[in-house]
Ligand binder design. Structure first.
Ligand SMILES: NC(=O)c1ccc[n+]([C@@H]2O[C@H](COP(=O)([O-])OP(=O)(O)OC[C@H]3O[C@@H](n4cnc5c(N)ncnc54)[C@H](OP(=O)(O)O)[C@@H]3O)[C@@H](O)[C@H]2O)c1
Length: 232
């Protein structure tokens, strides 16, 4: 069970233009009419469970993860779960990306943004819990990018589409608020921090800040953002 921690109306800036288009192997009319959800970490765990529920509602799901076998299998299962549901069959799709790399996150956003379509929900589940800082080939702290920066990048890219959707949703799944989290803005990459809970806890705190900032930055209703956590 994922209780909603907070939700608030957020708006998009007046100067954001409609530039988001989705890759779609189906007809253009289906891609523009059927709601679409992009779920990072949708191939396993919480994200996979969310994907099932979303697909059952007749929404087309784009699943993101690294393990290709698991990803293709999850997309196939989503389609077979729909058999007998009474909803029209939808082609769900697996997209591979290693999200601690901003280059891969940006490439994912480009793929999703191509041809025609819409985005009704961005659900960010991909995340880790690490006690040790690690630095990626891009020189950034891995947990910070996976749990926060990649979400920021995807959200920035898709806020215009979510703002256009009839009931756009942005969902950040983390454990924000569970611990006494804090973030040292003078050491975002954790060059001087010590191993321990803070490596992950600071990224959860960043998620909370991220969600809190959007009601101020986004100008047009009716979309909403949610920050979620899972109770133990
Ligand atoms: N489980 C808990 O008790 C708990 C508690 C609090 C918060 N959370 C948070 O909830 C979220 C989901 O947790 P979970 O337990 O459901 O996780 P999980 O079962 O381990 O599933 C993680 C999902 O994210 C994907 N993923 C992991 N690393 C990735 C990467 N580098 N790039 C792209 N995709 C990646 C995985 O696919 P691949 O492995 O194929 O990449 C998988 O689909 C996380 O953000 C976690 O911090 C979980």
């Amino acid at each position: 069970m994922i209780p909603e921690a907070r939700s608030r109306i957020w708006r998009r800036p007046h100067d954001m233009h409609d530039s988001i288009r989705l890759t779609d192997t189906n007809s253009e009319s289906e891609s523009t009419e059927r709601p679409v959800a992009l779920i990072t970490g949708g191939t396993d765990g919480i994200g996979r469970a969310v994907a099932s529920q979303v697909a059952q509602a007749g929404i087309r799901v784009l699943l993101v993860g690294r393990n290709r076998d698991r990803g293709f299998e999850a997309a196939r299962q989503l389609s077979s779960e729909q058999l007998g549901s009474g909803n029209p069959l939808v082609e769900h799709q697996y997209l591979s990306a290693d999200l601690p790399l901003l280059s891969e996150t940006a490439a994912l956003a480009n793929t999703v943004s191509r041809p025609t379509g819409r985005l009704d929900a961005l659900v960010c589940c991909a995340g880790n819990f690490s006690l040790r800082p690690e630095w990626t080939s891009e020189g950034l702290e891995r947990s910070l990018v996976l749990n926060y920066l990649s979400r920021f990048l995807l959200a920035q890219r898709f806020l215009p589409a979510l703002g256009r959707a009839p009931s756009g949703r942005l969902v950040l799944v983390s454990n924000a608020g569970k611990y006494g989290d804090s973030l040292d803005i003078n050491d975002l990459q954790y060059r001087h921090g010590r191993p321990g809970f803070r490596v992950s806890a600071r990224t959860q705190f960043a998620n909370d800040l991220l969600r809190s900032s959007w009601p101020i930055d986004i100008k047009t209703p009716p979309s909403r953002s949610h920050a979620c956590f899972r109770e133990s």
